[in-house]
Design a binder for this molecule. Structure first.
Ligand code: NAD
Length: 332
């Protein structure tokens, strides 16, 4: 031992998207871990935006590769050059999966399998599969623990559940160090303006109208991206192989309650809301029990929702140049 610590090389898929880019900015930011190099592999679909990585673009530890997680040759080469994989890349918008699930099955299932296959061949140290609470289905009361079987309802959730099962099977069968995170609904800056919070904010800031599905009573738990990224880092660095970790934000709101808060934050009122037909198969409520990550890794959400939402609205007010060019690509 000469006391020299080697660099940990982390392959981050989907690192130009909403959460993946925040993860990369955090890893390479002032409070990130020492001696960590990051390669982003991203296809730059409608949801991928190279500008999301601008703050770390010139960081010597960052390499950006434009490519597809389904490309076996490229993935094989990249994985052989890395120690760990944090897998965010996915088709992520439920409404799009209702219209056409092809890309969801391809990227979310086949893409994950392609990465796992390369991870096995190259015996990477750790594979973190970023998943979602939507794999559990819908529940009226209480919260899901990680022991809950998956019962996905939307095509999106079904592809994420499939990927989780394949990843966990790789651990059980081949001993690959796979860790799965299942988070609740994320919010924060750099969120593509077709998901509820950024869609409503950008429309309301423009004096437009917003669509509320059904009776608005669907309940989601809201998780700030700072808290989510901290949870993922705890799992990557200290989690257990073969283990699922729920990550929640601790703020459950109905869509109607959330709409009221967004209207107030943007200086609008209920006359700006269109009550539209409910989404097909719309899950009523999601809620994750975070006892495991709290007890094992000391995770606690730190961002107060009122503060986080105000900061998010302020960011969209101040960063029109980021979101205005994206409106053409959004399915609204
Ligand atoms: P996003 O849609 O903002 O970003 C996805 C990224 O993946 C984009 O940069 C896109 O270009 C890239 N990508 C898509 N297909 C690819 C392919 N075939 N090859 C390489 N790159 C590809 O998504 P997000 O909101 O940042 O979500 C990231 C992960 O977190 C996803 O796995 C998603 O399922 C999960 N998740 C998100 C939420 C949420 O609230 N946003 C909640 C739970 C789980």
């Amino acid at each position: 031992m000469n006391g020299t610590k080697t660099v940990t090389r982390v392959l981050v898929t989907g690192g130009a998207g909403f959460i993946g880019s925040h993860y990369v900015r955090t890893l390479l930011g002032p409070d990130g871990p020492d001696r960590t190099a990051v390669t982003v592999l991203d296809k730059l679909t409608y949801a991928g935006n190279p500008a999301n990585l601008d703050p770390v673009r010139d960081h010597p530890g960052l390499t950006f590769v434009h490519g597809d997680v389904c490309d076996r040759e490229l993935v094989g080469k990249l994985v052989s050059e890395h120690d760990q994989i944090v897998h965010f890349a996915a088709e992520s918008h439920v409404d799009r999966s209702l219209a056409d699930a092809d890309a969801f099955v391809r990227t979310n299932v086949l893409g994950t399998q392609t990465l796992l296959d390369a991870a096995l061949r190259n015996r990477v140290d750790t594979f973190v599969q970023i998943s979602t609470d939507e794999v559990y289905g819908s529940l009226e009361s209480g919260s899901w623990t990680e022991e809950e079987p998956v019962r996905p309802n939307s095509p999106y959730a079904a592809t994420k559940a499939s990927a989780d099962l394949i990843a966990l099977a790789c651990h059980r069968t081949h001993g690959l160090d796979v860790r799965v995170t299942r988070c609740s609904n994320n919010y924060g800056h750099h969120h593509f303006p077709e998901k509820l919070i950024p869609l409503f904010i950008t429309r309301l800031l423009d004096g437009g109208r917003v669509p509320l599905y059904g009776d608005g009573s669907h309940v989601r738990d809201w998780l700030h991206i700072d808290d989510h990224v901290r949870g993922i880092e705890l799992v990557r660095t200290r989690g257990r192989a073969g283990t699922i970790y729920n990550i929640g934000g601790g703020t459950e709101l109905s869509n109607k309650e959330l709409t009221g808060l967004l209207l107030a934050a943007c200086g609008a009122d209920w006359s700006s809301v269109d009550h539209v037909e409910d989404r097909k198969g719309h899950d009523r409520r999601y809620s994750v029990d975070c006892s495991r990550i709290r007890a094992e890794l000391g995770y606690r959400p730190a961002k107060d929702f009122t503060t986080g939402l105000a900061e998010t609205v302020a960011w969209y007010r101040e960063n029109r140049s980021w979101w205005e060019p994206l409106l053409d690509r959004a399915v609204l």
